[in-house]
Design a protein. Structure first.
Length: 594
């Protein structure tokens, strides 16, 4: 078996990453099963206030524990060398298919740390806001929702693989459905269906990628064949001084034997374990011993770092990235080229199908607006980190696939531009603060996708943080001003501000000055403003509004005649047709000829 090299990301094993998500999970369990029951059985104002204080303490404690754990791991990550700034933890084993383990794995690198820090900051701000609300408004439900949303976001951001990501999305989707159905059960059902669609499309993409990676060694070359067992490649990561070392972070639980030893050398995952210099044969046992994979003779020099990288189907993000980074002695990415050449059902290139499915999953998960009647503080969390960020973050996590398909950056940016345009369209139907809130509901998703497509992962993470903080702050300001579910939103148009308030205050200022000269000028300006407003109103009525009303009435009559034949509202049918045409054009333009 030939030796390989590759720019693999070196990691540090962790036993404490689970603490980042443990606080919100425990707090949610206490609030849902203990605080809720106690509040329901409390009698008297004093007893109710005590239980509300207990719920508030649990809610703040859950968010504070997650924030403290995130900060502690940020310090731990910063102390590592730049080449090793990634923490990996295998939490639990899952269902095993051959050598593939659908277990619960957590991965913390710079992008995951950035997303987790954003989630903790936004939820902490919302928690502090809820804590200052009147007692009846901060019952167990708001606190429990914050814990559920934070737990789903953190699991999704820390997920190292589709299996863990599906768990995070399911939890975050449950929080989104709960928020959408806060006052409207039907809206909650729709949000739950969106989450189900997103999970289904993500699993379709994972299945396609799983198939594309189903390869094996055949005549000392990597060949795509899903019926054959996966191989393990020895990858030379780097060299230095001191002892040689061996690393294996994939196939958690697998036993590694060195040469003819009957006792296992190490159990995966392990990082930089010293091995004697020289030629070695490694045997990897992931199952019961009947399917051992032999990695035959590999020369390991003193001070060299060697990694065992399984080749073949996997659900782990970092394992897929390692496989695609493997290069042979000529510097050719043999695995990436083999995956790019693989064709899925219908003759579509596997990579193109994967990216298309994941784009659909990201859109279904993030590209929808929070209902206007939802509590503003909670809507700020959803629009900042839970609902809005999960889809773009998935695309950023699988950016290692982008070079394998044509024009992927342009496609992702186009999807982001479409989401941004939809947010602008929704905002135009509102006035005043509701307009800004409607725009803030979709802007983080759209702008992050645009940044990811045009500027790459680093730009996308910066935009995600900036837009997430801005959107959440805007919702909290609206809630602070009383513009939430308990008070109707004030509608104030730009025309009112410009044509009424500005001339009024300017006229008052000028009238307080010299009476004979300035008062006449102010009167003339006020009259001019009134005349201009009257002209604008008449032009709008006769030139724009009347023709538009005529067209709208004709369209409505045509819809009434056509809808019984179509069996659905005409607007939905038109949008569905346009979506199908746009999707077909997108596939043809982005990936011509596979």
């Amino acid at each position: 078996m030939p030796d390989y090299a590759g720019p693999l990301q070196q990691v540090v094993l962790s036993r404490t990453l689970w603490l980042v998500v443990a606080g919100p999970i425990l707090a949610f369990a206490w609030l849902a099963f203990v605080a809720r029951t106690r509040l329901a059985g409390a009698r008297g104002a004093d007893a109710i206030l005590r239980e509300l204080a207990s719920a508030r303490l649990a809610g703040v404690a859950g968010v504070a524990l997650a924030t403290a754990a995130t900060l502690a791991h940020a310090v731990m990550l910063a102390r590592q060398p730049s080449s090793q700034r990634a923490l990996f933890e295998h939490v639990a084993r899952g269902a095993r298919i051959g050598q593939v383990d659908a277990g619960l794995d957590l991965w913390l690198d710079v992008r995951a740390l950035t997303a987790c820090g954003l989630a903790c900051a936004v939820v902490l701000a919302a928690a502090l806001f809820v804590a200052t609300r009147p007692p009846p408004d901060r019952g167990w439900a708001m606190w429990a929702w914050l814990q559920l949303a934070l737990a789903g976001a953190l699991v999704s951001f820390l997920a190292d693989g589709f299996a863990t990501l599906a768990i995070g999305w399911a939890v975050a989707g449950a929080a989104g459905a709960w928020l959408a159905g806060w006052y409207d059960d039907a809206a909650g059902v729709v949000a739950a269906m969106r989450t189900a669609v997103a999970l289904g499309m993500m699993l379709v993409g994972a299945a396609l990628l799983f198939r594309g990676l189903g390869g094996a060694w055949e005549d000392n070359e990597y060949a795509i064949d899903a019926d054959l067992a996966a191989g393990v490649a020895p990858v030379h990561v780097g060299s230095g001084t001191g002892e040689a070392s061996l690393t294996m972070t994939s196939l958690p639980g697998a036993l590694v034997f060195v040469d003819d030893a009957r006792a296992p050398f190490m159990r995966a995952p392990f990082v930089r374990v010293p091995v004697p210099a020289g030629a070695h044969v490694f045997r990897v046992r992931a199952g019961d011993g009947s399917d051992d994979v032999v990695v035959g003779r590999v020369q390991v020099d003193a001070g060299e770092s060697l990694a065992l990288v399984p080749l073949g189907p996997t659900l782990s993000f970092h394992s897929i990235a390692d496989q695609l980074a493997v290069r042979d002695r000529q510097g050719l990415p043999v695995v990436r080229r083999a995956v790019e050449a693989h064709v899925g059902p219908g003759g579509v290139a596997v990579v193109a199908g994967v990216l298309l499915a994941l784009l659909g999953a990201a859109g279904a998960m993030s590209a929808w607006s929070i209902p206007a009647v939802a509590p503003r503080a909670l809507a700020g969390v959803a629009s900042g980190v839970t609902t809005a960020a999960l889809g773009p973050y998935l695309l950023a996590r699988v950016d290692f696939l982008f070079p394998s398909a044509q024009h992927t950056g342009a496609v992702v940016a186009s999807v982001g531009a479409a989401v941004l345009l939809a947010a602008v369209w929704r905002a135009l139907g509102q006035l005043g603060m509701p307009r800004w809130l409607a725009f803030a509901g979709g802007a983080p998703t759209g702008l992050t996708c645009v940044a990811l497509g045009l500027g790459g992962m680093s730009s996308a993470m910066q935009v995600m943080v900036a837009t997430g903080l801005a959107s959440s702050a805007l919702h909290l300001v609206a809630a602070r001003r009383g513009e939430d579910e308990d008070a109707p939103l004030r509608r104030e148009s730009l025309d009112d501000a410009v044509l009424v308030r500005v001339p009024e205050r300017l006229g008052a200022l000028l009238a307080s000055m010299e009476r004979w000269v300035v008062e006449s000028v102010a009167s003339a300006m006020a009259a001019t403003a009134l005349i201009a407003a009257w002209v604008v109103a008449n032009v709008d009525q006769h030139v724009v509004a009347s023709p538009a009303d005529v067209v709208a009435s004709r369209v409505e009559r045509a819809a009434e005649a056509i809808e019984p034949l179509v069996g659905a509202p005409l607007g939905r049918a038109i949008w569905a047709l346009l979506a199908v045409v746009a999707l077909a054009a997108l596939v043809y333009a982005a990936w011509p000829g596979g």
